[in-house]
Design a protein around this ligand. Sequence first.
Ligand code: UDP
Length: 348
Amino acid sequence: MTVLVTGGAGYIGSHMCLALLEQGEDVVVLDNLSTGLRELVPSECVFVKGCVGDEHVVRGILARHDIDAVIHFAGATVVPESVERPFFYYRNNTAATRNFLETVSDHGVGRVVFSSTAAVYGTPESGTVAETAPTAPASPYGRSKLMTEWMLEDGARAGAFRYVALRYFNVAGADPEGRTGQSTPRATHLIKLACQAALGRVPHLGIFGTDYPTPDGTGVRDYIHVSDLVVAHLLALRHLRRGGESGVFNCGYGTGYSVREIVAAVERAADCRLAVREMPRRPGDLASVVADPGRLKARLGWTPRFDDIDAIVGSALAWERGLALDGTVLSPLVGRPRTPALQINYPT
Ligand code: UDP
């Protein structure tokens, strides 16, 4: 049996591929390389370049591989971009996933693991947020993902498949063995940008908003190491294969760090002072978003291994050091030679 990983050339997807291969799974990657990088797809995977919304491509894969589960990462993920380009987010995330889910369920694929987001919650009332909290997304990105959760719920109710939607909090860090990491061109995420600032690759780090109702006035987030996150996916897959029920699960540690605390962690890791510039709030941003991860621990048996902000930042910085100035992945620095995965172009 084979797992289809959409977005497997991306940041989280490429970590997922490595983890699946380590478990002895066969992996097919579907990625349109709009933000992903072909060289991040492990050479043991079959790589198909294409869009998840393209039913011909998806059918081609399903006809040729014995896919028993899909892990669906592909999508656009930048909150402020979604505020500026809502229709792109609804097409690329929601509409494309609608096509994808219909195609895989028509083919009888009965297990779906989906990358959802804490952005479905909107403004949390206080403290940590559990899965039972009301959903009220504040951005088109969050709405595009919540609509997908609704499609999953309806599909499961109709008997099309069973699913696990994982609501990611802030994913950061890189593979501890240095095989892959955050390499998305023009990434906007705090820890990556702070590492770039520490390495002198951007002139300074902007702090977006210093007047939030948080202890130091800057935004608070729950940063989860990407390696712990991919383990949550492995557990979700095992749960579904064992006949477990559909559900949504938060993926975070339950600890919040402010932007200034992240700056301090990067300064510790890089042993330098960061040039920071205080800026206005960013559209769509919330003051504080911290997970209650109790359900993931209790029901899927998840035990985090990298719940340590210095470990997260240290691995992110190590990966960033191994990138060229233009963001290219440099072969000698990634732990093993980068032989691209076999690319198959299915006739459509
Ligand atoms: N942030 C910042 N400067 C940056 C990027 C992000 O101050 O260059 C802040 C952002 O306002 C938020 C936190 O860092 O409070 C995390 O933002 P990120 O874009 O990493 O993830 P998001 O929470 O938006 O998914």
